[in-house]
Design a protein around this ligand. Sequence first.
Ligand code: G3H
Ligand code: 13P
Ligand code: ZN
Length: 322
Amino acid sequence: MPLVTSTEMFKKAYDGGYAIGAFNVNNMEIVQGITEACREEHAPVILQVSKGARAYANHTYLVKLVEAAVAECPEIPVVLHLDHGPDFETCKSCIDGGFTSVMIDASSKPFAENIEITRKVVEYAHDHGVVVEAELGTLAGVEDEVKVSAEDSSYTHPEEVEEFVSKTGCDSLAIAIGTSHGAYKFTAAQCTRNEKGILVPPPLRFDVLEEVSKRLPGFPIVLHGSSSVPQNYVKMINEHGGKMPDAVGIPEEQLRKAATLSVCKINIDSDLRLAMTGTIRQFFDEHPDKFDPREYLKPARANIKELVRHKLVDVLGCAGKA
Ligand code: G3H
Ligand code: 13P
Ligand code: ZN
């Protein structure tokens, strides 16, 4: 089937108590690892492209890679989504250039300005059959070179969501309930340590999510910054020349719970980067004589695929829903 919008996907996910995985893509091996897992698990998927990905790989290359995946996996629905669109022009370029979904992220702007920018994107997108994700509240972490400190982040104010959604006409809403971008989501000071000495982050604010859902019945909610920072890959990186102390993510049980509520889209990027980097570091350490990129990218792609499979089956609950 051709690329689809997320409208149908989100409706089924909301009613079925699961979430769709939104995975960032930057090159062929990442696209292949994700979509092979989704095809084998019969899972719908959102492939998302950031401003940084477009700058790295070029818009056309990424669209063509995604089109190739669609041709290889005709039985699963695939959305091509712009992640963290910074302005109207970038959203327009993606809408004109074959994307079926865009995010306008004006969450750092004052409320009225966020509404104004989002509404302009929605008007253009809807005229072209494309859906729009918007954001209210600010996540900590780094996204597209913008670093937001934990002090400057803020949870979404539930009392703002009805006005925001009705005035903008957006199709889904990303909210801030304590997730955060990147592999260093929390400082050691924000966490406690469990009996194994592993950092345990503060729990997500399910009270905020529940209040938002009550005010927007049936409306799809999105969680960004939802990597869980698998400790096996952090360990693999650290054992093979890397240095990632105290990298910690969102516990998977909390994401599973969010997926059963109104959260229909869960964004995962850093976990795939960790799998790729750990695998390649280990390969180089064990095979210092090898230099063929296909030899080290092959196990990296295989590990991305297995990690995505785990997310589909054990975290998102979307396996078998294509
Ligand atoms: O939220 C940001 C995504 O992880 C994309 O990251 O801007 O480095 O491509 P990026
Ligand atoms: P992570 O850094 O937690 O993978 O978040 C990715 C994300 O939100 C992309 O928009
Ligand atoms: Zn994000």
